[in-house]
Design a protein around this ligand. Structure first.
Ligand code: PGA
Length: 253
């Protein structure tokens, strides 16, 4: 099954407006010059930069996403942003359940599922993140932890065109320590089998599973060549136009 790669940049809490504008505009220029790229690209800047970035990529094939959303549509939730607000601005995606949210904001699988559910209701595609810690990997719990997070976090009504999954081993995020292609593929294959079991052959085989964790222009080709790796969720290497573009160009033909 040929799944089109999705290369998604997670800027995290980086960039002031001038940097964000330049980064987004630089990528939009590359995308336009490339004509029909063979991969999909999305960038997820911090909330204050969304409008600037949306304007900078307007008319290019680059999609924009938020890095989190609240589970409710509106109300007394100071400091929060709803999926409907992101949609209203022009976003197409929202990351939910990133391990930094799971850790620093104590988000549970149930919280993440509720956020993903809100994203679907608002018409956004949630990028649902799962991944084990080093402790869990060392204890031989990698597959079990990811299976539990997957089923606990996936929204009802998941279909291949509406939801993306990102497997991000926590020990590989921002550490320069990437999962080997075989380690990543092992988890992706488990996720694929679970998706097929849950959604059936057609949807389960069509849903995209991204890898994230120190993906860079040097290791992307090998990771993106794995059977069940359908793209990347990229942090550090998404902050430079040339790095991110070169990485994306490693998507197989
Ligand atoms: P990294 O981050 O590429 O800097 O490891 C990936 C992520 O956390 O999404």
């Amino acid at each position: 099954m040929a799944r089109r790669k999705l290369i998604a940049g997670n800027w995290k809490m980086n960039c002031l407006s001038a940097d964000g504008q330049a980064l987004a505009a630089g990528l939009a220029a590359k995308m336009k010059a490339a004509g029909a790229a063979r991969f999909d690209m999305a960038i997820c800047p911090p909330f204050p930069l969304l409008s600037t970035v949306l304007a900078a990529v307007a008319g290019s094939a680059i999609a924009v996403g938020g890095q989190d959303c609240h589970a409710k549509e509106k109300g007394a939730f100071t400091g929060d942003t709803s999926a409907w607000m992101l949609k209203d601005l022009g976003c197409a995606y929202v990351i939910v359940g990133h391990s930094e949210r799971r850790t620093y904001h104590k988000e549970s699988d149930a919280d993440i599922k509720a956020k993903a559910q809100a994203a679907l209701a608002a018409g956004l595609k949630p990028i649902v993140c799962i991944g084990e810690t080093l402790e869990e990997r060392d204890a031989g719990q990698t597959l079990e932890v990811n299976r539990r997070q997957l089923h606990g976090s996936l929204p009802d009504g998941t279909t291949a065109d509406k939801v993306v999954i990102a497997y991000e081993p926590v020990w590989a995020i921002g550490t320069g320590r990437t999962a080997t292609p075989a380690q990543a593929q092992e988890v992706h294959a488990m996720i694929r089998a679970e998706l097929v079991g849950r959604l059936g052959d057609g949807e389960g085989n069509a849903l995209r599973i991204l890898y994230g964790g120190s993906m860079n222009p040097g290791n992307a080709a090998e990771l993106l060549a794995q059977t069940d790796i359908d793209g990347g969720l990229i942090g550090g290497a998404a902050l430079k136009v040339d790095d991110f573009w070169t990485l994306a160009e490693h998507s197989p033909r």
